[in-house]
Write a protein that binds this ligand. Structure first.
Ligand code: ADP
Ligand code: MG
Ligand code: MG
Length: 252
């Protein structure tokens, strides 16, 4: 069992116009086995929450806490967060020149587990996970993110999640840039990891589309840097029908 606990989180960024507060008191608890969807209009701070959990240096936590099983996540380096069991797809660099997918995954797995996975089983696991995600085997020998399409990036994200076996996974905009077939493959991957036992998933998305394939246990609506409403998966259905209009200031 693992618990990610976010308490009254306030986060700012420095801009040319001065310091801007983006998250204005976020409270959220994600436990093993639960899937939480964070939804909300563009610019409401969803990605900022993901970056803050990931430890992106641009996002300054001004108050509040983030803990994983009571351990202070905010005091951890990005690597320590991964070793503690947090999976944050966006913590990885956009391109890793000269590093193949295969080597990248093995290095990440070794760093997280503190020892290299046995080569025989590891190669088998990678092959199986890639086949599940309908990835061509040659993908393993490509350089990370070099010329990846949107769909390939997302598959690579889910491949990492399947192999790294995190306690809590944060997935931001997993559905953006995916056609329906790719969306299904990616959703199936997430669902496999969920079924595999006790990962807690924080699924961040503007669109309700992916939630047809991945049923969240809880839905939180982000508006202006705060959670404005919470509910079960029926809230996602309601947003699908109504959009975010009722959360936005009335137009003059
Ligand atoms: P969402 O993911 O919900 O669309 P974001 O977290 O990306 O929202 O952005 C929330 C707000 O914070 C937006 O107004 C955005 O312009 C601003 N913002 C986010 N990151 C930065 C940054 N690095 N520098 C300046 N402003 C930022
Ligand atoms: Mg609060
Ligand atoms: Mg975003």
């Amino acid at each position: 069992m693992a618990t990610l606990e976010i308490r009254d989180l306030h986060v700012s960024v420095d801009t040319e116009q001065g310091t801007k507060e983006i998250l204005r008191g976020v409270d959220l608890t994600v436990r093993s086995g639960e899937t939480h969807a964070i939804m909300g209009p563009n610019g409401s701070g969803k990605s900022t929450l993901a970056y803050s959990i990931a430890g992106h240096p641009k996002y300054k936590v001004t108050s509040g806490t983030v803990t994983l099983d009571g351990e202070d996540v905010l005091a951890m380096s990005v690597d320590e967060r991964a070793r503690a069991g947090l999976f944050l797809a966006m913590q990885y660099p956009v391109e890793v020149p000269g590093v193949t997918v295969s080597n990248f995954l093995r290095t990440a797995k070794t760093a997280i587990d503190g020892q290299a996975p046995p080569l025989r089983t590891w190669t088998k696991d990678v092959k199986a996970a890639m086949a599940d995600l309908r990835m061509d085997p040659t993908f393993a020998e490509r350089n990370v993110n070099e010329g990846f399409s949107g769909g390939e990036k997302k598959r690579h994200e889910i491949l990492q999640m399947e192999l790294l076996n995190p306690k809590i996974a944060v997935l931001d905009e997993t559905d953006s840039g995916l056609d329906v077939d790719a969306l299904k493959v990616v959703s199936e991957g997430v669902n496999r990891v969920r079924e595999g036992g006790d990962v807690g998933v924080l699924l961040i998305t503007h669109y309700t589309r992916i939630l047809r394939y991945i049923k969240p246990d809880f839905v939180h609506v982000f508006v202006d840097g705060r959670i404005a409403e919470e509910g079960g998966s029926e809230l996602a259905d309601r947003l699908e029908n109504e959009g975010y209009d009722r959360f936005l200031p009335a137009k003059a």
